[in-house]
Ligand binder design. Sequence first.
Ligand code: BG6
Length: 508
Amino acid sequence: MTWRNPLRDPRDKRLPRIAGPSSLVIFGVTGDLARKKLMPAIYDLAHRGLLPAGFSLIGFARRDWEHQDFGELVHDSVKEHARTPFKESVWNRLAEGIRFVQGTFDDDDAFDRLAQTVRELDAERGTGGNTAFYLSIPPGAFPVVTKQLARSGLAEADENTWRRVVIEKPFGHDLASAKELNAIVNDVFPEESVFRIDHYLGKETVQNILALRFANQLFEPLWNANYIDHVQITMAEDIGLGGRAGYYDGIGAARDVIQNHLLQLLAFTAMDEPLSFEPKALRAEKAKVLAATKPMGPLEETTARGQYAGGWQGGTKVPGLLQEAGFAKDSTTETYAAVTLEVQNRRWAGVPFYLRTGKRMGRRVTEIAVVFKRAPHLPFDSTSTEELGQNALVIRVQPDEGITLRFGSKVPGTTMEVRDVTMDFGYGHAFTESSPEAYERLILDVLLGEPSLFPVNEEVEISWEILDPVLEHWAKLGTAPEQYPPGSWGPKSADEMLERTGRNWRRP
Ligand code: BG6
């Protein structure tokens, strides 16, 4: 039976939602993600009053630590990375429920101790026997951990309690391995208890794509191949990969980001209106649009890859990927990837969706640019519209969250010169509340048992089906990705990829 939160009356439109009695176990507490995102998000939820009174956090790791050593780690990561201000009273309440269990993943005793700790916390603090297990660990460790959770009885819920598992990407490295991984997880946890994290779906600006499209009359009539020329989805980062070789070498930009975040952005942008925002209805539309999405060929002309070289980035000398610690000296891992996709249905036939992502680029920016066709006829003389581009609606996912509409306007004082101008919506101006971090929303949804923002295995597998042909094409080439200078907008081949079609990448 699921715990029903009395505040969650469906008629209650207020967001404050408080999780029911529960505890959270994190595997991989010493990793970057746990320190920079997960533990700070838990504090932020506590600070917002959205965690239940007896909420307990259990860390599991190899280190020879006592409870207070782990407590210090949480404390330091909260102080450094939490979004909301540090308050002693909030911290002290959270700290009372912090425990640590020392062990390795193949250690039966350690998992038995973990089960014991979960039971004790339930008795002491009233966690209701409800526990979520967050696997912030490499996917190679999923089989052993899920097996241990089954063996120790931790995975088992009775009719009055729940047990959920949260898994971080990558969900495999291709379709075949994703299927294997899904089978391993589903062997222990029923699908409704599996929460696959794609943290982009936790972002306010991403959820807002659905509000923009389906709450307004203005955009949807134009949202199709009759009016839209193409869509550009960009996720650029200015940081390099120092310290991440263990995860990234051999994975690369396409698997790291296009397979999940960018395809989810495409799905939100291209999907049909769901029957409702119930999880089943939303996921059905996402799966449908992803199933219609295919790479547009020929792949040697419609895809591009690159690897950042060493050099100067904004006054700082930075190493190239091949000089970063831990990367193979002849690594062919791409740090930039661009692909052309087509959604093969009536709404989108013939409209290219260009997806690109890269590390060490000009600046950090994620955006979706919906670029419209030119007006079919311009009743001006040609010199008056030389500076007029195509209309575009740009969803600025981050930073500087907002939406920009670009259109032509008469330049004052001229007879009739038309030039592009922009109209802007910025979260910072329109709302006084700052947006919660993606992980706040998603961790809370796990505790509430709200699955809407978590991709199901079907979506994950379809996403690999889309990407696999591109990855196979690159593997067959057997060449190294093209080098690009740090601080640039990627390799030349990516520019050529668009120029060939008479288009250009935006320079956000
Ligand atoms: C992660 C990727 O999923 O997203 C990282 O593995 C990337 O490589 C990160 O840096 C970016 O997240 P955000 O929220 O900062 O855009």
